[in-house]
Design a protein around this ligand. Structure first.
Ligand code: OOG
Ligand code: MG
Length: 262
């Protein structure tokens, strides 16, 4: 039996408060084992509504668990999506205050900027036709669940751990760049901590974008021109500590970086 509207509203408040205050919580399915994946996406939307009511704006969406490395690290094997709001945008070269979060991690990504609205059903090629720009990116994820452990349903309810995105300052036209196999290197304090390829992202980042559009279409939703879409981590995520300088370098697309402070 699906959850009642009251249960979903209560769950949205719990995950929203945890994200807002940077404290961790037990998995929601511990007390509500009957929760379905549809319930979890309803809770995600209800938690976004709380952010919008506080003045945040929707700036785009993210895909998660689109690479084998990420699926293996988290033990969850289905792609998911989350919503990105205005307060999640972090300035390139900026600072992340570690103390505001539960246990933040970082992962190397590729980000799309849409030049046109996009609604499913769609193919990767059709999805790419709506893309105006593509850039290197870093995503900071911070699961609100204790010990960064979750089920598929729990992580969806927690807006796919969305926390911050850092975009490279230079955007490229998708016509200029072949995204099929770009080398990606993530460095912390000048040392390489992860290497990967854009090919690891759902075999091609465009497939991740199309998958998002098709998942949204199941709810009669789509993407709008001007929105960004994070295609998903190409490698496993790495735990952050104060004092770190994090940088991603993507072949052709260039780099993005930030500092972690207390
Ligand atoms: C879930 C979010 C996954 C990605 O790029 O795969 C994600 C998590 O690992 O906490 O953002
Ligand atoms: Mg990610």
């Amino acid at each position: 039996m699906p959850l009642s509207p009251e249960d979903k509203a209560r769950c949205a408040e719990i995950v929203d408060n945890a994200a807002h205050q940077g404290h961790s919580i037990p998995m929601l399915t511990r007390d509500l084992p009957e929760m379905t994946i549809e319930d979890a996406y309803d809770i995600q939307r209800a938690s976004m509504k709380r952010r919008f009511d506080r003045g945040e704006r929707l700036v785009g969406m993210k895909m998660g668990l689109t690479s084998l490395a990420k699926m293996k690290q988290m033990g969850v094997h289905s792609p998911i999506y989350g919503h990105l709001t205005s307060t999640m945008l972090m300035e390139e070269g900026g600072e992340l205050s570690h103390g505001l979060y539960c246990h933040p991690r970082v992962e190397p990504e590729i980000c799309f900027l849409l030049g046109e609205d996009l609604e499913g059903p769609t193919t990767p090629a059709q999805a790419m036709a709506a893309v105006e720009g593509v850039c290197a990116a870093l995503e900071v994820i911070d699961s609100r669940y204790e010990n960064f452990k979750f089920t598929l349903i729990d992580v969806v309810a927690d807006n796919a751990s969305s926390t911050k995105v850092v975009l490279a300052s230079k955007m490229f036209s998708p016509d200029e760049v072949d995204l099929s196999n770009l080398g990606m290197v993530m460095e912390i304090n000048g040392e390489v901590v992860k290497t990967g390829s854009s090919a690891a992202i759902f075999e091609h980042p465009a497939r991740s974008l199309a998958k998002l559009v098709n998942m949204l279409a199941e709810r009669g939703e789509g993407l709008k021109a001007g929105q960004i879409v994070m295609a998903g981590g190409a490698t496993a995520a790495v735990a952050l500590q104060p004092g770190q300088h994090v940088r991603v370098q993507v072949e052709v697309l260039g780099s993005a970086e930030f500092h972690v402070i207390e």
